[in-house]
Write a protein that binds this ligand. Structure first.
Ligand SMILES: *[C@@H]1O[C@H](CO)[C@@H](O)[C@H](O)[C@H]1NC(C)=O
Ligand SMILES: *[C@@H]1O[C@H](CO)[C@@H](O)[C@H](O)[C@H]1NC(C)=O
Length: 421
């Protein structure tokens, strides 16, 4: 192959001058991967996806997972559709929240000429462009900005793992979100239980759910928690921060707003019928704000509503928590903030964490608890409280009639409930 010989000649001539070098490469020498996670050759580090960042001079941002104690120089090799490739030394930004784990969510940034016309990029530990045929290239997304979006509301759910099989709560959550105006849900799937698998397949067929394969356990020993000292492992919570950031860039020009919450949380407007009306009002009042914090409130799954009206026999064999039976909310604790999740305008966010946004352009707004809060049905945090010390909160019931029939249809279409009538 002539181009390779030509390259070797160039490199032997100019050993120190490869930075920002431009060259033509035959197309068959570079592979474009469709995998969600890719190793950087000859290193422990991983790369995930690449995006043009229009806000920083159209640099290429590669969402990455960097081993913090083995930081080394990286080089970007980026090419356009005519196979013109450039190399540039990469800038590495490790996110501040790594919770002590050896691997941390990171951005590898490629600055240089013509990044905006690049369509693929590889991250290499070597500046030698002669190595190009050994590299795995990532396709570069977000090549164009958009002013109008395919979706108004997208929910990003990070890392689904183990044999999580909480079908009823997930179906209820998705069906409530649909009634609230969510049109798109992205979930990062490492693994799940057999019944949830059927439900996910159904929602994927229906089109509301985008499932991103997330085989992080093939690359690292992921932690089941967020605290390295306590949970061990190589990366926090199956790479939760990596997936949240990936999801923001994935939806930057697809969705007007992105909701960042866990699989068992619902960001619930209490004064508006849906998310559209909520955000119209909030954004009207707070024009420059791009991050809206929502307080999470615990509804213990150990306390059941007395009448039993939603304890439906049809759902008896469906695994998981029936959130409609749990309407008792834990009160605020003295001197302790409730955890927060977020609704964001993704175009204002640079880097996110789970409960706050460390790098952004706009301002943040703390949405009052009575306007919007998170319904989080789970094991109790204040487990000693009795029913009369909890607060009755029946917001979920407002959706009951439509919700129940939608859930039944969904469970039937998923093959999880018999079709009767
Ligand atoms: C998104 O919201 C706008 C109003 O802001 C509305 O006109 C449009 O129909 C909505 N798009 C979708 C896909 O629902
Ligand atoms: C989730 O990932 C597991 C493990 O790769 C796979 O077996 C399963 O089919 C995936 N589920 C969906 C709905 O994509």
């Amino acid at each position: 192959c002539r181009s390779v010989i030509f390259l070797c000649f160039l490199i032997s001539l100019l050993p120190e001058q490869q930075l920002a070098m431009q060259t033509a490469v035959s197309s068959e020498t570079s592979r474009i991967t469709s995998n969600s996670i890719t190793s950087i050759k000859h290193s422990k580090h991983l790369i995930v996806s690449a995006f043009i960042d229009h806000r920083i001079n159209k640099a290429i941002r590669v969402i990455s997972i960097i081993r913090r104690d083995s930081l080394q120089p990286f080089y970007c090799i980026y090419c356009n559709d005519d196979n013109n490739c450039q190399t540039a030394e990469a800038e590495v930004q490790i996110h501040v929240d790594h919770f002590g784990f050896p691997f941390g969510a990171s951005d590898v940034l490629c600055h240089g000429a013509h990044t905006q016309s690049a369509t693929r990029v590889a991250i290499s530990t070597s500046a030698k462009i002669s190595e190009i045929h050994n590299e795995d290239f990532l396709p570069i997304k977000n090549e164009k900005t958009h002013e109008s979006f395919m979706f108004n509301f997208t929910v990003c759910i990070s890392s689904l793992f183990d044999s999580y099989n909480n079908v009823l709560q997930f179906a209820q959550t998705v069906e409530i979100y649909k009634l609230l105006g969510v049109q798109h849900i992205v979930i990062y799937n490492t693994s799940c239980g057999p019944d949830l698998e059927k439900l996910l397949q159904h929602y994927k067929r229906e089109g509301i759910l985008e499932i991103v394969p997330w085989p992080i356990d093939h690359f690292l020993n992921p932690s089941k928690g967020w605290d390295f000292m306590y949970h061990g492992g190589e990366i926090q919570y199956y790479g939760q921060l990596v997936t949240l950031n990936e999801c923001i860039y994935r939806n930057m020009y697809q969705s007007k707003y992105v909701l960042l919450n866990d699989i068992d949380e619902i960001i619930m407007p209490y004064k508006h019928a849906n998310l559209q009306l909520l955000m119209e009002e909030l954004q009207q009042q707070h024009k420059d704000m791009g991050v809206f914090f929502i307080e999470s409130h615990f509804f213990p799954k150990t306390q059941f509503e007395e009448s039993g009206r939603f304890s439906r026999p049809e759902w008896r064999n469906i695994p998981g928590v029936n959130i409609m039976e749990h309407i008792y909310r834990e009160p605020d604790r003295k001197d302790l903030d409730n955890p927060r999740k977020m609704i964001i305008n993704p175009r204002t966010v640079v880097q996110t964490s789970v409960h706050y946004v460390p790098q952004k352009y706009g301002d943040v707004f703390f949405v009052p608890f009575d306007v919007c809060r998170i319904v989080h049905v789970r094991s109790p945090r204040q487990g000693t409280l009795t029913k009369d010390q909890l607060v009755v909160d029946k917001r979920v019931w407002d959706f009951a009639s439509e919700l129940i029939s939608n859930i039944d249809k969904t469970l039937q279409a998923s093959g999880l409930m018999e079709i009767t009538d």
